[in-house]
Design a protein around this ligand. Structure first.
Ligand SMILES: [Zn+2]
Length: 247
């Protein structure tokens, strides 16, 4: 392939711009905010699950408390009835009287046990309630953090996109100076060799693979016409000759 030396040198400008665009795209993909956002989103999901679990517990304890309070009411009502019967004077047999007394005493013990249950359930409910409150506060804080991170991510992306936009415009201008066949070869090699399709020959070394060329290859390049497109024997990239090539 043949191309004017100036057009070959433009290929190096193009390579620099393409490498800049690659670096910008890499930076955009690997912004530190992205990993942080992912971590926070997982944390938010965990917190929401924990809130649902704690709220369910509060609901269960509410029901448990109402049930225990109803039990207390029932026992109290029954004791009340017993006491009225006792006070009415209608029960006269000593055996029945003593039976009523025993039942009233037993109901009193039962009521006190049930009241303890109510208190204990109330305590657990309060605790679960407190947990819901703390989790909600954590969630609000995490949501705030996430919003701030997303803003930072968007700002970083805007900066990168602006730079990429200018670089792309510059690239279009430079690409216009490179003949189509050379450009096509460069693009093909760029795709094959990690984004670098053309490199400068600097002091006898290829700046694409960073290997020093052997004497035979250097002599071959030295003998090649200025408009001959030469390639690195090691990495196959297009080698661009300059005044500092050491030829
Ligand atoms: Zn090379």
């Amino acid at each position: 392939m043949k191309a004017a030396p100036d057009a070959q040198k433009r290929l190096i400008d193009l390579q620099e711009l393409d490498s800049s665009l690659d670096r910008l795209a890499h930076r955009r993909r690997s912004l530190p905010e992205l990993a942080e956002i992912e971590r926070l989103e997982a944390r938010l999901a965990e917190l929401r699950d924990a809130i649902v679990a704690a709220e369910t517990e509060v609901g269960d304890l509410d029901r448990e408390q109402r049930k225990a309070e109803q039990d207390v009411d029932q026992v109290r009502a029954r004791a009340e009835r017993d006491r009225k019967r006792l006070d009415s004077g209608q029960v006269t047999s000593a055996k029945d009287l003593s039976g009523l007394q025993t039942e009233i005493e037993s109901l009193a013990r039962r009521q006190s046990d049930l009241e303890e249950v109510v208190l204990e359930v109330m305590e657990r409910r309060e605790e679960a309630d407190g947990r819901v409150g703390a989790l909600r506060a954590d969630l609000a804080k995490a949501e705030e953090e996430l919003a701030a991170l997303r803003t930072r991510r968007d700002e970083a992306r805007q900066g990168i996109d602006a730079e990429a936009g200018m670089t792309t415009t510059a690239r279009a201008g430079v690409a216009g100076d490179v003949p189509d066949d050379l450009l096509a070869l460069y693009e093909k090699l760029r795709g094959q060799f990690g984004g670098v399709g053309a490199a400068v020959l600097y002091r006898g070394a290829c700046q694409g693979c960073h290997l020093a060329l052997n004497t035979v290859d250097l002599n071959r390049i030295r003998a090649a016409a200025d408009d001959e497109v030469v390639r690195c024997e090691e990495c196959r990239r297009i080698l661009v000759r300059t005044a500092e090539s050491g030829l």
